[in-house]
Design a protein around this ligand. Structure first.
Ligand code: OAD
Length: 256
C-alpha cells in the first residue's frame, strides 16, 4: 500500500481529525514561506527580527512598510488545490460522520477564501489595531499605498498589524479550540509547517501523547520524529488525492 492510500485509510477510520497548516499550504498560491530567504529591500532581515514587538518599537516605520509590502504581495493571491481540498473535506465531514477542525498559523485568508472554517493562531494580516490601547483600526488594512505610520484616533499610539509577533501570546479562543482538537483527535494532520515555532508546534506532540496518529504533508519533511505517515509531496498535489481517496473509503464504509 502506498503512503497516500495508507493515510487515506487511517483518516477514513478517524472520528475526529485535527489539521494544522503552516506557510507551506500557501506556497503554491505564490506566497513565500517564512524560512524562504527574503527578497529585495528586506533580504538582509530575518522574519523574526521584523515580526516582533522589539523590532517594531526599534523601527516602527520600517516594520509597518514591511507589512504593507507583504500585504501587496498577497493581496491578489488565491486559494490553491490544497486549500480547496480541505474546504471540500470540511463541508462534507459532518455527512461523513467526522469532526474536522482546521487550525492555521497563516495570517493570509486563503483558507477562508476557499470556504473553510479556520481557527487562526497567529492573527490576520488584514486587520490592524493600536499598539497602546488595543482599539481595532480597520480603515487602512487594505489601503496598501499608506507607507506612513498611522496614529490611533483614540490615543495617538501606533497602529500595527493584528498578527501575533514573536514573544507575544496567542489569542485565547483559537488556542483553546486548538488544544481541545489536538487532545481529542484520532489523527493529527500537519501540513506545510516546519514545526519549529511554539506553541503551535507543540500541538502535534500533545495529540500524539493523547494517542493520535500523525500524518505529515511536506516535500521537505520536518525534524518531527513522531510522524506515523510521511507524505513528502507538495500539499496542492497530494491533498486532492488524499481527500478523494479517503471520501471514497468513508462512503464505502458507511454503505456497509
Ligand atoms: P515555515 O516557513 O517555517 O515552514 C514552511 C514549511 O512548508 C517548510 O517546512 C517547507 O518545507 C514546507 N513547504 C514548502 N512548500 C510546500 C508545499 N508546496 N506543500 C507543503 N509544504 C511545503 O512556515 P511555518 O511553519 O508556517 O509565525 O512557520 C510558523 C510560524 O513561524 C509562522 O506562522 C510565523 C513564522 O515566523 C509568526 O509570524 C508568529
Amino acid at each position: 500500500m502506498n503512503a497516500v492510500t495508507q493515510a487515506a485509510n487511517l483518516l477514513a477510520h478517524a472520528k475526529q481529525v485535527c489539521i494544522l497548516t503552516g506557510a507551506g499550504v500557501s506556497a503554491e498560491s505564490g506566497i513565500p514561506t517564512f524560512r524562504d530567504k527574503q527578497t529585495g529591500l528586506w533580504e538582509s532581515y530575518r522574519a523574526e527580527e521584523l515580526a516582533s514587538i522589539d523590532g517594531f518599537l526599534a523601527q516602527p516605520r520600517f516594520v509597518w512598510q514591511w507589512y504593507q509590502w507583504r500585504r501587496n504581495l498577497i493581496k491578489d493571491k488565491r486559494p490553491n488545490a490544497a486549500h480547496r481540498a480541505l474546504a471540500q473535506w470540511q463541508s462534507s465531514a459532518a455527512t461523513l460522520g467526522q469532526r474536522v477542525t482546521l487550525i492555521s498559523q497563516n495570517v493570509d485568508d486563503l483558507h477562508e477564501q476557499a470556504g473553510s472554517t479556520v481557527h487562526k493562531l497567529h492573527g490576520s494580516i488584514w486587520h490592524n489595531h493600536c499598539i497602546d490601547c488595543g482599539a481595532p483600526y480597520e480603515k487602512n488594512a487594505r489601503q496598501l499605498d499608506v507607507q506612513a505610520l498611522i496614529a490611533c484616533p483614540a490615543c495617538g499610539g501606533y497602529v500595527r498589524p493584528s498578527v501575533v509577533w514573536f514573544g507575544e501570546g496567542l489569542p485565547a479562543q483559537p488556542w483553546r479550540i486548538a488544544e481541545q482538537a489536538a487532545t481529542g483527535c484520532d489523527v493529527f494532520l500537519s501540513i506545510g509547517t516546519s514545526s519549529v515555532v511554539y506553541p503551535a508546534a507543540g500541538l502535534v506532540s500533545l495529540a500524539k501523547s493523547c494517542g493520535a496518529k500523525v500524518i505529515e504533508v511536506n516535500p521537505n519533511p520536518s525534524d518531527l520524529t513522531i510522524v506515523d505517515i510521511q507524505l513528502a509531496y507538495k500539499a496542492g498535489e497530494v491533498l486532492p488525492k488524499l481527500v478523494t481517496e479517503m471520501t471514497k473509503l468513508l462512503e464505502k464504509l458507511k454503505s456497509g
